[in-house]
Design a protein around this ligand. Sequence first.
Ligand code: NDP
Length: 444
Amino acid sequence: MSLTGQLMEAVIKRNPNEPEFHQAVKEVLESLEPVIERHPEYVQAGILERIVEPERVIMFRVPWVDDNGKVQVNRGFRVQFNSAIGPYKGGIRFHPSVYLGIIKFLGFEQIFKNSLTGLPIGGGKGGSDFDPKGKSDNEIMRFCQSFMAELYRHIGADVDVPAGDIGVGAREIGYMYGMYKKLTGLYEGVLTGKGLTYGGSLARKEATGYGLCYFVDEMIKAKGKSFKGATVISSGSGNVSIYATEKVYQLGGKVVAMSDSNGYIYDPNGVNLDTVKRIKEVERKRISEYVKYHPQATYTEGCSGIWSVKCDIALPNATQNEINKEAAEMLVKNGCWAVGEGANMPSTPEAIEVFLKNKVLFAPAKAANAGGVATSALEMSQNSLRMSWTFEEVDAKLKDIMVNIYKNASSAAKEYGYEDNLVVGANIAGFKKVAEAMMAQGIV
Ligand code: NDP
């Protein structure tokens, strides 16, 4: 058995019942086989064995009192995966499906994604099985405060800098920041995705979605195609999906379908983004409300049906494993020619195989959604400098970063004989910088 195969077996044995973590590690290890062949020194130094093991895992109780006076208990996590190239950096997810395996898969992916940005940030991720849906503002605040009452002792502007993710937006970051400041007395850039009045960066809110489109645009331009006139699906209707949709319109495409975990809307005229923003960002309601304002649109129960809508470009922007083999086959059959992953690991390995076999231009999450964390790192820089850059300055830096990530992933793929395979290219390009830093720093 190959070295990476043996290591994969050991990872499964040592981390039982964590299928998402196994899936993420397997994809990376398989991509790295040609690198290991060329660099026996990485094997000698145990780089692979060390990179699949988090530097630190923190799990904690998060007790809070709901509006009926009942005590609730959730579980909190922070996985500090790898600090070879900078302080840990990665979002916090609040969703009932969160358990250690999800946070480990996300933290592991984050190592390579952060490296791809070219900025000095290590990999980490956190979260809780808390479900923000249907909670009052006061309940959200009490939960965030309790979460931070433990987390604060493990993070810091030069130690570990969390951000948002599913279920964690500006409101939650604000409550957590307030508590951190109260407990430590420090006014520092310890969280990113902050509000603009207290250290947030312009264009951070838009960054993941915009960055995704910059990346996809670069990838399809290389093949003589463009967003102009393209029909697009953007699953989910949260932060990433909304701002990806905004950029698709700016680039001349039309988004015809969006979703949430209950179902999806189809609007043949093109989804009206103002309506979606109002429903999701202001009223915090379900996507099904959309059809009340746009009678030509339809709403269908069940979120997975969205992949049966005919499109040129699919942007899975909701959650992990939302596109399985059948969904991928349906997309291909309906003429989809490009896929850009805004969510983390939204395509199963079988779905990716279908895309690659059918020559669908495929932008993997690690590379394509790195714009969020890249702009978070720009927020950290602005906080350290005690300065604020304009929207245009941040957006221009973001675009440069995404174009560079595309170039690096694409040339790494070519260098190792996998031309046009950006999955392999992104894994290799992200890995090499971290591996070199780990080599230089000795066995730690
Ligand atoms: P939000 O919470 O803002 O939105 C998530 C969206 O996805 C919602 O519409 C939600 O619907 C839907 N969704 C969540 N879970 C499921 C599920 N199990 N099945 C179907 N739909 C689901 O999160 P973000 O937009 O921030 O994150 C979306 C994805 O992008 C995640 O994979 C995240 O890790 C990734 N990402 C986010 C970054 C960021 O900067 N925010 C950066 C890089 C990656 P509902 O409201 O019904 O739950």
